[in-house]
Ligand binder design. Structure first.
Ligand code: ARG
Length: 459
């Protein structure tokens, strides 16, 4: 009781089991620097309205710096009764500077304190994640530029569809990540609004200058409703959802590469550094890097769902259910950070087997080009599609490739065929037809590289 900051009205001690369950210091100590930063700024506000004199203010700042040094150097001693980072820092501050420490919390509550700390923390971590995404996209751009001449099968329904440039495939994943990076702006907007000064739920009764406080902490505005401010974890949900979506994108990239890396495809070879072996089968090289990305990608969404379920049933303002927000936010950040790093390493180091990509192509993948050939001879597309289908079926019956059909055989299907059909049996020619913006021709892919590179420069 007496050892607790809130122990005044209690006459019996807390159950050991509840005390254990209620503790969050082992998790929220991650916020020690933000908590101290917030406290120093808050002390300044209190000094400017004479709730602290200059001496007390200086002593609090000095004491908080000392507490921070202890955390920085790993010498901070967590004691029984240190429920969370806020109470631990305040307890230690009092041990170091004595009485002035007891004036710091006036008008403030852990309810506005914790959410301010979390926003400060998330702001710097968003920066880290955005750098990691930029690194991954840069790795993709670099490969796309140097390997632009490699043509491989493109798939729909995992069935061979049309030839595409390897770079076009790789950039398809880069674009998804670029849009993720753009969408991060909405989280940045959320975390830029300062909740401090909302008290437990009703606001701050001492006329502190919240705008000045926000400015000193680097926020651009302040929350407009204290009850909303202490209850609001939408910025956490936004962040968790955002991470889940990046996880989905990384997972799809991983899934493609797992398939491309099998012996059946072998378009790529995952580097030893990003593979693992089997304890039983000596020949195995497994793409665990990619499987972990795929697995963790799914668990991110699990964490997002679970936190939304926590929020759903809560009445207004702060409820202790919210304490789990930090564990989810920290672990989601750490998971995404790790898989982004592994994705960049895997993409940078993998070997592209251009001969296998070429072998994966077959002339049947040019059946669409046969239809387009006829369209250019003024055959309506539906009819041209039907004729091209007949060409495929006839070649199949004759057990030969469609490219080996003679002009006479083709003419027996449609009179529109001529000897110039020969020029379509060329994969390079096929991909070069797609000159449109967003297509797979060389110029279109170079254009994508140019736009993405410009975007990288702006980051
Ligand atoms: N450790 C708490 C949390 O992280 C801080 C807020 C506690 N507020 C309260 N009124 N019990 O959610």
């Amino acid at each position: 009781m007496s050892e607790k900051l809130w122990g005044g009205r209690f006459t019996s001690s807390q159950s050991d089991d509840l005390e254990k369950l209620n503790l969050s210091i082992h998790i929220d100590k991650e916020l020690y620097a933000e908590d101290i930063k917030g406290s120093k700024a808050y002390a300044k506000s209190l000094a400017s309205i004479n709730l602290l004199n200059q001496e007390e203010y200086a002593s609090i700042c000095d004491g908080l710096d000392k507490v921070k040094l202890e955390w920085d150097s790993g010498t901070f001693l967590i004691k029984k009764g240190d429920e969370d980072i806020h109470t631990a820092n305040e307890r230690r501050l009092k041990e170091i500077i004595g009485d002035p420490a007891t004036k710091l919390h006036v008008g403030r509550s852990r309810n506005d304190q914790v959410v301010t700390d979390m926003k400060l923390w998330l702001r710097s971590k968003l920066h880290d994640l955005s750098n990691l995404i930029v690194e991954l996209i840069t790795a993709m751009i670099n490969r796309s530029a140097t390997e632009i001449d490699v043509v491989m099968p493109g798939y729909t329904h995992l069935q061979r569809a049309q030839p595409v440039r390897w770079s076009h495939w790789l950039l398809s994943h880069a674009w998804a990540l670029k849009h993720d990076a753009d969408r991060m702006q909405t989280i940045k907007r959320d975390v830029d609004v300062m909740p401090l000064g909302s008290g437990a739920l009703a606001g701050n009764p001492f006329q502190i200058d919240r705008n000045a406080l926000a400015e000193s902490l680097g926020f651009t505005s302040v929350t407009q409703n204290s009850m909303h401010a202490v209850a609001d974890r939408d910025f956490v949900v936004n962040f968790l959802f955002w991470c889940s979506l990046v996880g989905v994108h990384l997972s799809r990239l991983a899934e493609d590469l797992i398939i491309f890396g099998t012996k059946e495809f072998e378009y790529v070879t995952i580097h030893d550094a990003f593979s693992t072996g089997s304890s039983l089968m000596p020949q195995k090289r497994n793409p665990d890097s990619l499987e972990l990305i795929r697995g963790i990608g799914g668990s991110l969404f699990g964490q997002c769902c679970s936190f939304m379920l926590t929020l759903k049933g809560l009445p207004s303002t702060y409820n202790k259910d919210l304490q789990s927000d930090k564990e989810t936010m920290f672990s989601t950040f750490e998971k995404l950070r790790s898989i982004l790093k592994v994705a960049t390493g895997t993409i940078t180091s993998l070997k592209l087997n251009d001969d296998k990509c070429k072998n994966g192509l077959s002339f049947e993948m040019l059946a669409t080009d046969v239809a387009y050939y006829l369209v250019k001879k003024k055959v309506p597309f539906r009819k041209a599609h039907h004729i091209a289908g007949q060409v495929v079926a006839t070649a199949e019956n004759k057990q030969k490739s469609i490219a080996d059909m003679t002009v006479d055989e083709l003419k027996s299907i449609s009179q529109e065929f001529d000897s110039d059909i020969g020029k379509i049996w060329n994969y390079e020619h096929s991909v070069e037809q797609y000159q449109v913006t967003g297509g797979t021709s060389k110029d279109s892919v170079l254009h994508q590289i140019q736009i993405l590179s410009l975007w990288i420069k702006e980051q």
